[in-house]
Design a protein around this ligand. Structure first.
Ligand code: ADP
Ligand code: MG
Length: 642
């Protein structure tokens, strides 16, 4: 038997920071500490149940899992106890001394000091166990890991100010007691009625019984005294297993906060019992806000798997595709074996069927929000899109079976909206296509502004044809996989020879043929001057205001995608652009008669087209020199310059 002496250890820096902030910013909501501690007790019991599937002995002679809440007016303490899995010394140090979350540092950087805003952020981050320090100035945790001897329990204690102590101790029973030593002035919680009301409000959905000693009024003492009888405070049934009609929105929300470890209300949910080849119940939520680690591909997923009410695992990534990784909730299967492992799950066709069903539910929930008669519901969809739109876009390439459905849910900025936030759906787009328009036009760029000001849009603006403005990194991926929508092909305005089909009239066609003929000689000269830098030079009818632009062949990688690939350290195939010149622009017309500075003019036509699409010049200094030389030449002082 080892008896390690009492040791004092420092919290991870972020924990200290979190503690300080939380105590201030969540004070107005302080009663949530009880919800968090009960939620942890319930998780600990779930874990024990799961571990015991393969090792029944872990239950010992104490198989009835239960959570107890107690308080002591004299000692001014509240104790939350469970007979769950417990913590070993090492686990106590790791789990109660550090925050094991990706994105923790970024999170702390995002805090501003504005209390209301920070409180929201902290809530979203999830503070769990540490919320005890809102009401307690000392917290003692005594815990005995399941399967470990009584004299190998651990006692963890902290005043929440930078460090904590751990020592080995004795504990009769399995599980964890969390003892809160209340701060001065928090005596309101030393009241059975108050505690019960909080439990009913926040923790009614917990599947285990939460028990408290009964109390009766003592007329002589003029206070409540223990009656000896214990009572169960909550309904203690799995919320998802109850009939929808019997569950209030409030209950759905409270349950969400427990499963998602979130402080905020969810945006929407879907709850269904599915019968068919696979029988299961799903209760799935969309959070109101994207988690910090949405872009971390290793971040944990949020759907818990149960089998006939027995918790099997958190983070069952097999239940949701990556592009829906933000969905939270539970799936409870009636058919899967209890001893199913992660490895078996990977291969399981039953799970595939369940996942397909769940994805359908989530997508139709989103469809319903988006298409609702109710403006508030539609606003929810807009909020969803702002938070999770970029993730959903990945689905176009990831989920072949649901591609059309996902495409209908996509939203884009367009030349017909005023800001990046205002969006249109592909259906909106189709509905207002011009007479004779056969394609869905889009432009991709590094930013909304760059897309909006792209020279490639000029002819479309002139004709009043709508163009989608795509400026998310993931958009190149979307258009790479979404080749058409409801039979209409998607077409980049910066690719290929611009064929506007029936949007071009006969006169315009004649005119461009004439221009091509008229400029043939100039085009050849520019091509010779630019040499290797371009694949081709040609006269364009895309432009009305700009003198030039770059385009790529239909089958080549676009300039924008090539830049993205380079930026992410990948090999981008070397693709030479085609320079198109505007025959109606004075700078181009003028070039016909230019001789002395022809090469500079030609280079500038190319370089400004590169800049306009957000590209980087190969020789910026040369560009600056050419511009200066031209400026001086125009002001009649060419002799002073270079
Ligand atoms: P979360 O519940 O989101 O993981 P918490 O801050 O609430 O975060 O808890 C941190 C960790 O501490 C838990 O993940 C768990 O490992 C451990 N823990 C907390 N309370 C208990 C408990 N009653 N029994 C066993 N482990 C616990
Ligand atoms: Mg917790």
């Amino acid at each position: 038997m080892t008896h390690s002496p009492k040791e004092t250890l420092g919290f991870q820096t972020e924990v200290t920071q979190l503690l300080r902030l939380m105590i201030h910013s969540l004070y107005s909501n302080k009663e949530i500490f009880l919800r968090e501690l009960i939620s942890n007790a319930s998780d600990a019991c779930d874990k024990l149940r799961f571990e015991a599937l393969n090792n029944d002995a872990l239950y010992g002679d104490d198989a009835a899992l239960v959570i107890r809440v107690d308080f002591d007016r004299e000692a001014r303490t509240i104790t939350i106890s469970d007979n769950g899995v417990g913590l070993s010394r090492e686990e106590a140090i790791a789990h109660l001394g550090t925050i094991a979350k990706s994105g923790t540092q970024e999170f702390f950087k995002s805090l501003t000091g504005d209390q209301a805003r920070d409180a929201r952020l902290i809530g979203q981050f999830g503070v769990g166990f540490y919320s005890s320090f809102i009401v307690a100035d000392k917290v003692t945790v005594v815990s005995r890991r399941a399967g470990v001897a009584a004299d190998q329990a651990v006692r963890w204690e902290s005043a929440g100010e930078g460090d904590f102590s751990v020592e080995i101790t004795e504990k009769e029973t399995r599980g964890t007691d969390v003892i809160l030593h209340l701060r001065e002035g928090e005596d309101e919680f030393l009241d059975g009625w108050r505690l019960k009301a909080i439990i009913r409000k926040y923790s009614d959905h917990i599947t285990l019984p939460i028990r408290m000693a009964g109390e009766t009024w003592d007329e002589e003492k003029k206070e409540n005294v223990r009656s000896g009888e214990e009572e169960t405070i909550n309904q203690a049934s799995a919320l998802w297993a109850r009939a929808k009609a019997e569950i209030s929105d409030e209950e759905y929300r409270a349950f969400y906060k427990h499963v998602a470890h979130d402080f905020e209300d969810p945006l929407a949910w879907t709850h269904a019992k599915v019968e068919g080849k696979q029988e299961y119940t799903e209760l799935l939520y969309i959070p109101a806000r994207a988690p910090f680690d949405l872009w971390d591909r290793h971040a944990r997923h949020g759907v818990k798997l149960y089998v006939r009410r027995v918790f099997i695992m958190d983070d069952a990534e097999k239940l949701m595709p990556l592009y829906l990784r933000f969905v939270r909730g539970v799936v409870d299967s009636a058919d899967l074996p209890l001893n199913i492992s992660r490895e078996i799950l990977q291969e399981s066709r039953d799970i595939d069927a369940i996942r397909q069903g769940c994805v359908k539910k989530v997508l139709s929930m989103l469809e319903n929000l988006a298409a609702s008669e109710d403006a508030a519901e539609r606003e929810k969809y807009a909020a969803f899109w702002r938070e999770f739109g970029k993730a959903l876009k990945e689905g176009v390439g990831e989920d072949f079976a649901n591609k059309e459905k996902i495409a209908a849910l996509l939203r884009f900025a367009s030349t017909h909206t005023d800001s990046a936030e205002e969006t249109v759906s592909l259906k909106d787009y189709l509905a207002r296509m011009k007479e004779g328009q056969e394609k869905i036009y889009y432009v991709t760029a590094d930013s909304f502004k760059a897309a909006q000001h792209s020279p490639h849009l000029e002819i479309f603006r002139k004709k009043g044809v709508e163009v989608l403005l795509l400026s998310d990194r993931v958009d190149e991926w979307v258009v790479g996989h979404l080749l058409e929508f409801e039979g209409k092909p998607l077409q980049s305005v910066a690719r290929g020879g611009l064929d506007l089909g029936k949007l071009t009239d006969e006169a315009e066609k004649k005119e461009s043929e004439k221009a091509a003929e008229e400029y043939r000689e100039l085009v050849e000269k520019i091509k010779a001057s630019l040499g290797e830098r371009v694949k081709d030079v040609r006269v364009t009818h895309r432009l009305t205001d700009s003198p030039s632009c770059l385009v790529t062949e239909d089958f080549d990688v676009s300039g924008h995608l090539a830049r993205l690939l380079k930026a992410s350290g990948q090999n981008a195939p070397e693709v030479k652009p085609i320079l198109e010149i505007n025959p109606n622009h004075p700078a181009v017309t003028r070039l016909k008669t230019e001789t002395a500075r022809f090469d500079d003019w030609a280079a500038l036509l190319f370089e400004q087209a590169e800049l306009a699409e957000g590209g980087q010049l190969e020789d910026p200094a040369g560009f600056v020199k050419r511009v200066n030389a031209l400026m001086l030449a125009l002001s009649g002082e060419a002799s002073v310059g270079s």
